[in-house]
Write a protein that binds this ligand. Structure first.
Ligand SMILES: Cc1ncc(C[n+]2csc(CCOP(=O)(O)OP(=O)(O)O)c2C)c(N)n1
Ligand SMILES: O=C1C[C@@H](O)[C@H](O)[C@@H](O)C1=O
Ligand SMILES: [Mg+2]
Length: 644
């Protein structure tokens, strides 16, 4: 047996260079590159290996471990899971910073390979800098925190363990039903330890991403169900995009006259203008999708996890005899809601179902309802685009909560822009093939409802974990995946303040991203949530501490985000009118560096819900009558919702 004498870290990098995936006959390199923040826990092991022989991997220097790992997640999501990035961090805090990103990946079923440094396997120098000592169990380190958020987790105590660990890592990373974060913890001493690795460990490996074939029995059950129903609705989930099943879905919808709503992950699989595309569904869904969903007698969920946002906490589907059919590559997700299930690849399942339904000449019972719903939503969308603030007699979309703050905000910022008019203008102004990204705050709701995707795969929303800070990191990851397209991060002030470090990396790399920063001086959606549930505004507006009251009820914080970002070398704009916004967007298109448009938007001017409900924890007892009222309303809705 021929062997190669390498350190664990060198072997790992050599192995990663040899991984390929095959999907529909196309073979591609699987690991595009590696993000790193080097510290004492990885610089002399993995860092040495990367410096000595990077192979074909691209090397990126992250700024914040969570940020860089979320850039890696966005990269893989935009690549529809066919290519990934690895991420290496130091030990302790560097590693801990990646835990949130691991969860983001796993919640969204997106592959990412995380390589945190770890404490010494020998334990000789313990406790090392940044080691948390667990008196009851010396085998625990910070990296055990990844166990809860990884789809595969391993720690390499001996160099030879790397071989089985990496083979399992690849199995999980390339499995459509089980993919997510894979964490391989690398003790600092083991990274540099030497082993005679067999040459065959480094052979070129092509991992076939299989399209799981639907069984005849599953199909038969599905056909039986559909043929007994008149008003089906499809939910187009992320699985439609990952399986590249959009054209198949279109044909299916057209042939059988079945409309579909989009989840956050599924949105833009098909362009919004398609006659059967109702748009966003669920809590953050629009009127068209939610009205049709309410009366559907069968719900066909394709590649969806059926999150509470998609089902309106299981209250959305109100037809007394509604049944569920799931098409999902994951047995786990397919089994939800007592569904008749087809455990299979979305494209193959739809094609097979198409053949079977054609045999019985199935057509749904819809006549004018789909078109009517779309027309009604179009009119509502038009209204949202045209909401202009007039100081007297203005009623915001979220009315009766902080009405008095609007004039204060307008006076403080000299801006009267409403969030919905800004979104409307951005949607019209940016290029058709530009990609927008979002993750948290009020924007995901507004965008799922309002955004018209004019080209496929141009809407990128992380709403499995809805992690503040993903927006900028993710925009950078998308730019690495699609360097020829403009990428726009749609981000609230709260999210931006939480994490925007990879904006600097975009400048460093000359990879232009555009930040559209919606500053409403608040964690706005959470303020809405508390106030609509009867609580007074508390801890969610961004106000100075008031020396008179001792509370955070002073004037509004006034942050010049444009000035801050300009310091990084970003081309920035401050806009307070639609005309300035239009001019800034056009100018930003001509720039080669990253841009940021600081948009001051009036609070409470985001969209409100349409025919939906969110089950949230509410106090069962309170001195406040309005909280009690909200509690009773929750109880009433809960009675109407499916129990599981
Ligand atoms: C990392 C993280 N922490 C906390 C939350 C909970 N959370 C969701 S939205 C939000 C506020 C977002 O504020 P902003 O970005 O300004 O958006 P807005 O709602 O004002 O549009 C918070 C705290 C989260 N989603 N992610
Ligand atoms: O708690 C939350 C409320 C949602 O409205 C928001 O979009 C999301 O980011 C979140 O975490
Ligand atoms: Mg905000």
């Amino acid at each position: 047996m021929k062997t190669v004498r390498l350190t664990t870290a060198q072997a790992l990098i050599k192995f990663l260079n040899q991984q390929y995936v095959e999907f529909d006959g196309k073979v591609e390199k699987f690991v595009k590159g590696i993000f790193a923040i080097l510290g004492h826990g990885n610089v002399l092991g993995l860092g040495q290996a990367l410096e000595e022989d990077l192979g074909d991997l691209e090397f990126y220097q992250g700024r914040n471990e969570q940020g860089m790992a979320q850039a890696a997640v966005a990269f893989a999501k935009q690549k529809h899971r066919k290519q990934i990035m690895a991420c290496t961090s130091s030990v302790g805090p560097g590693a801990a910073n990646m835990v949130t990103a691991a969860a983001t990946a796993s919640a969204n079923n997106i592959p990412v390979l995380l390589l945190p440094g770890d404490t010494f396997a020998t334990r000789q120098p313990d406790p090392v800098l940044q080691q948390v000592e667990h008196y009851h169990d010396l085998s625990i380190t910070t990296n055990d925190a990844f166990r809860a958020v990884s789809k595969y987790w391993d720690r390499i105590h001996r160099p030879e363990q790397l071989m089985t660990a990496m083979i399992h890592a690849m199995r999980v990373l390339t499995d459509p039903a089980d993919t997510g974060a894979v964490t391989i913890a690398l003790p600092q001493d083991v990274q540099g330890e030497v082993y005679e690795y067999p040459e065959y460990f480094f052979k070129k490996r092509i991992h076939r991403i299989e399209r799981r074939i639907p069984t005849a029995a599953d199909l038969k059950d599905a056909v039986e169900l559909i043929k007994s129903k008149k008003k089906p609705i499809i939910i187009c989930g992320g699985g439609v995009r990952y399986s590249e099943a959009a054209d198949t879905l279109k044909r299916f919808a057209e042939t059988f006259n079945i409309p579909y709503g989009e989840t956050q992950a599924g949105k833009s699989a098909v362009e919004s203008s398609h006659a059967y595309n109702l748009g966003g569904i669920g809590i953050t869904g629009n009127l068209a999708a939610n009205v049709i969903a309410k009366e559907a007698d069968v719900v066909i969920g394709i590649g969806t996890r059926y999150s509470d946002f998609t089902t309106s906490s299981k209250l959305l589907f109100q037809h007394p005899e509604v049944d569920f059919l799931t098409i999902n590559v994951s047995e786990y997700h397919a089994s939800k809601l007592d569904a008749v299930k087809i455990v299979a690849d979305a494209k193959l399942a739809l094609e097979a179902l198409q053949r079977e339904l054609e045999k019985i000449q199935y057509v749904s019972g819809y006549t004018h309802e789909i078109e009517d719903a779309k027309v009604a939503w179009k009119a509502e969308l038009n209204r949202l685009h045209n909401i202009r603030y007039i100081e007297q007699e203005f009623t915001p979309e979220i009315a009766g909560q902080l009405d008095e703050v609007l004039p204060e905000f307008a006076a403080t910022y000299q801006s009267c822009l409403t969030q919905t008019e800004v979104i409307g203008l951005v949607n019209q102004q940016i290029a058709e093939d530009a990609i927008i990204i979002g993750a948290a705050g009020s924007l995901p709701g507004d965008l799922q409802r309002m955004w018209e995707s004019r080209r496929p795969n141009t809407y990128h929303m992380e709403y499995g974990y809805s992690c503040m800070g993903y927006e900028i990191s993710g925009a950078f990851g998308i730019k690495l995946a699609e360097p020829d397209k403009e990428v726009y991060a749609m981000v609230g002030d709260g999210s931006y303040l939480m994490l925007h470090s990879e904006l600097v990396t975009s400048i460093q790399e000359g990879k232009k991203i555009n930040v559209l920063l919606f500053d409403n001086a608040a964690n706005g959606c959470i303020n809405n949530l508390q106030m609509e549930n009867g609580i007074s505004s508390f801890g969610t507006e961004f106000r100075y501490r008031n020396p008179e009251t001792g509370r955070l009820d002073g004037g509004l914080l006034k942050i010049d985000f444009a000035q801050c970002a300009a310091g990084y070398g970003v081309k920035t704009y401050k806009v307070t009118t639609l005309e300035e916004l239009r001019t800034a967007i056009e100018d930003a298109k001509t720039q080669t560096v990253s841009t940021l448009i600081d948009i001051k938007v009036l609070p409470k001017t985001m969209t409100n819900g349409y025919e939906s409900w969110w089950h949230v924890g509410i106090a069962g007892t309170s001195k406040s009558a309005s909280v009690h009222e909200a509690y009773l309303s929750k109880e009433t809705n809960l009675k109407k919702a499916r129990k599981y």
